[in-house]
Design a protein. Structure first.
Length: 226
């Protein structure tokens, strides 16, 4: 289950309709996460979610195109939060900002391992093109504690932009050689981001941040020695 800011949205000029939309969407996410803790992903039924939330199936599909889509939404929230943390701590850093991003995502994965694993499974199994996530509404952004202006639309795209910016900064600072193009380094980072959770899925995500750090250190050393 994920927590949101307890706040009166009326002071922000949010209508009751907008507030209801945001709170219902977040309630659906939380219920799906609760069910995932109790059962397997394959046993989660949209009909059951709708009955417990008190909405119709048609209403559910106004929010999400599938159960997979619910996990893309959680990833969107995690990545926006991680980007905010990186920008606050290391706004123009290179390798340090990448390390911070992986470390923070690792902590999030460790807190909700089943949800984290399902996120990556959904990336592989869902039709990403039909499960695009729109920009957070103002009400959603406020409830999540975000600035509405930084609520990117597509989760992995937002993370990719952050990585590319950090790689460029690392090159400018001499931390990475210009001999390697952005695509090669980005591919290596994505392999670590996705590969580590699948490798650890049978032993748990308790130390995932430490494993991310180790793998990043190996990558940087390898690039410097080539």
């Amino acid at each position: 289950m994920v927590s949101i800011t307890v706040i009166d949205l009326e002071q922000y000029g949010i209508s009751l309709r907008e507030e209801k939309y945001a709170r219902t969407k977040i309630a659906i996410l939380n219920l799906v996460l609760e069910k995932l803790e109790e059962t397997s992903f394959d046993e989660i039924r949209i009909a059951d979610v709708c009955r417990e939330i008190g909405v119709s199936k048609r209403t559910f599909f106004n929010y999400f195109s599938s159960i997979h889509h619910v996990f893309f939404y959680l990833l969107q929230i995690w990545i926006i939060d991680t980007k905010n943390i990186v920008l606050q701590r290391h706004p123009v850093a290179g390798l340090e900002s990448i390390r911070t991003a992986f470390e923070d995502l690792g902590r999030k994965f460790a807190k909700q391992p089943k949800a984290a694993f399902q996120i990556f499974s959904s990336i592989f199994n869902a039709d990403v093109e039909t499960a695009k996530i729109g920009r957070l509404t103002k009400a959603e952004a406020i409830l999540w504690g975000f600035d509405a202006m930084v609520s990117e639309e597509i989760p992995m795209l937002g993370f990719r932009k952050m990585l590319i910016c950090a790689i460029k900064n690392a090159k400018m600072a001499g931390e990475l050689s210009d001999n390697f193009d952005l695509t090669t380094i980005e591919f290596s980072l994505n392999s670590i981001l996705i590969g580590v959770p699948f490798t650890l899925k049978d032993v748990g995500f308790t130390n995932i941040s430490a494993v991310y750090k180790t793998q990043l250190d190996i990558l940087w050393r390898g690039l410097k020695n080539i």
